[in-house]
Write a protein that binds this ligand. Structure first.
Ligand SMILES: O=P(O)(O)OC[C@H]1O[C@H](O)[C@H](O)[C@@H](O)[C@@H]1O
Length: 547
């Protein structure tokens, strides 16, 4: 009796890929007038057209088999139900519990975590509303006008990206600032123009041990005390978001001003809880609840929709096809909306910190390439910079085109122009333009034959370059929540198929350890720690730096 294993499906996919060869997408569209209509899914305010991927029905069938044989359904249940699937840290992975309705139950070791989640959510809401309505005042009695989130990685990228995306919903008095870089420039820029009496600092750090964040927080603390002339001012101007109450109080923030979360929320998945405090301050409780509701709707879709109609599952499998069978090494994120300009940066951490692994859960090497490089910025700007490479470079990078149907604040013709460009880029990448077609056009325009022959290869486009087009009905909290949860689950599904632990990040540790030794040596006259010759020379060069 033959059993289907993930390995046997990989082999069938490899054989299928060889058969498919370089079959052009144009041909696939010509052969099947129903293709575009069939290869689309709509859920939670999002519409995905995936027909411009280099797949056939057979490819999709095999990819869905891959998901099934990889145990996706069981792993998905294990995540939602609080099993300790982050095995290297012995932790559950329950960021989805942060957006569950209060009436639901999520058991972790037999205990319902939802009441704790709701309690923190309510404390965050109460605090944010006091700040928003002007009741929370600084040391000299004036309401807060500026909020500075000090955090890095997951304690920065999520809230920053969402606050940028949802600016039209912002409170009129409150200005949000984000400080993550430790080099002193960012915090200095913020403090230079801040009014100490009306500035509130949020020190956001899951561990409360991150050196960059603590260094910036200490600088802000000293600045405030220097201006206010009294340490008591800290209580009105500093709040913390962390899982580490002890370190928070050691820093000097009263734990009454601390909003907690739990080790079962990964940093890059944490914007849905207290780390989302800047978002609640900016858009209010109702707006934040809508963000959570959108994400929850996507959770339900992910759990309930059959794989072949399941947005995260389909996007994950198409990504695996591109990386593991078509040799794509990167994935471009191209939002055609200015307010989504930090989405690529957020997705970089989400995806690459989650799946940038080369061993499986059991410690054995992965069998296939994982984690493509995620990169990009707003699509329109990208068009005028690196799209050249996307159209004519060697190799290819699949693109997620992300558009918004409802018009933002700007005029109709701006919106239409941006949308037209997005659709046209996807069309151009797919269709390409043959050297013959280019030559015919040049001849028709009266160019000399010699010129035509010289130029045609430069002006031809191979096409057959895949993309997804993802349309948001509107850029509001609910739809944004659904979009972000979609990408979270896409990352999860890929992690399951690759067999890696998507929820640890040991790869960031070595650099941190070595930084402590280098830091020590930079301050000394000579090295106390052994270094290779290159590192030692760089340290020596720093000692001779200009003052
Ligand atoms: O929130 P924190 O504990 O300060 O961590 C901030 C960030 O730093 C770490 O090095 C991790 O790579 C990230 O996953 C994390 O989000």
């Amino acid at each position: 009796m033959s059993t289907t294993t993930p390995e046997s499906v990989w082999q069938r996919l490899a054989a299928h890929r060889a058969e498919l060869g370089e079959r052009h997408l144009n041909e696939l569209f010509e052969a099947d007038s129903t293709r575009a209509g069939r290869m689309q899914v709509e859920a939670c305010g999002l519409f995905l057209d995936y027909s411009k991927n280099r797949v056939t029905d057979e490819t999709l069938r095999l990819l869905l088999d891959l998901a099934k044989t990889s145990g996706l359904a069981q792993r998905r249940t294990a995540m939602f139900e609080g099993e300790r699937i982050n095995t290297t840290e012995q932790r559950a992975v329950l960021h989805t519990a942060l957006r569950r309705p209060a009436s639901e139950v999520v058991l972790l070791d037999g205990r319902d975590v939802v009441p704790d989640v709701v309690a923190v959510r309510e404390r965050v809401a109460r605090f944010a509303e006091t700040v928003r309505c002007g009741d929370w005042c600084g040391y000299d009695g004036r309401p807060i006008t500026d909020i500075v989130n000090i955090g890095i990685g997951g304690s920065d990228l999520g809230p920053l990206m969402v606050c940028e995306a949802l600016k039209p919903f912002a409170h009129p008095r409150l200005r949000l600032h984000f400080v993550s870089n430790v080099d002193g420039v960012q915090i200095d820029d913020v403090l230079r123009s801040a009014d100490p009496g009306t500035t509130l600092f949020i020190v956001a750090s899951k561990t409360f041990t991150t050196q960059e964040t603590l260094t910036n927080a200490h600088t802000a603390r000293a600045w405030l005390i220097g201006r206010a002339g009294d340490e008591a001012a800290i209580a009105r101007h500093f709040v913390a978001v962390s899982t580490n109450a002890e370190a928070v109080s050691r820093f000097g923030i009263d734990t009454a001003n601390m909003f907690g979360f739990w080790d079962w929320v990964g940093g890059r998945y944490s914007l849905w809880g207290a780390i989302g405090l800047p978002i609640v301050l900016q858009i209010g409780t109702q707006g934040f609840d809508a963000l959570l509701a959108g994400a929850h709707a996507m959770d339900v879709h992910f759990r309930e929709a059959p794989f072949e109609r399941n947005l995260p599952v389909l996007m994950a499998l198409l990504g695996i096809w591109n990386v593991d069978f078509l040799d794509a090494r990167s994935q471009v994120i191209a939002p055609y909306h200015q307010r989504l300009h930090r989405l690529p940066a957020f997705l970089q951490q989400l995806d690459m910190e989650s799946n940038g692994k080369s061993v499986r859960l059991d410690g054995t090497p992965v069998a296939h390439p994982t984690s493509p490089v995620i990169w990009g910025e707003t699509g329109i700007n990208g068009q005028h910079a690196y799209f050249q490479m996307l159209h004519q470079g060697t190799g290819f990078a699949p693109v997620d085109f992300i558009g918004v149907l409802a018009r933002p604040d700007g005029a109709e013709h701006h919106h239409r122009l941006a949308f037209a460009n997005m659709v046209a880029q996807a069309e151009a990448l797919m269709r390409g333009k043959s050297a013959d077609a280019v030559a015919a056009e040049m001849r028709a325009a009266g160019l000399a034959e010699e010129r035509v022959r010289a130029l045609a290869p430069h002006r031809a486009f191979p096409g057959n370059r895949p993309s997804n087009t993802l349309l948001l009905e509107r850029l509001d909290p609910r739809t944004l929540g659904a979009l972000l949860a979609l990408y979270e689950h896409r990352t999860f599904v890929q992690g399951v198929v690759w067999g890696v632990n998507s929820f640890d990040q040991w790869g960031v540790e070595l650099g941190k350890q070595l930084a402590a030794r280098v830091l020590d040596d930079l301050a000394a006259d000579q090295d106390r720690h052994p270094h290779d010759a290159s590192t030692a020379a760089l340290i020596a060069r720093y000692r001779r730096r200009p003052v």
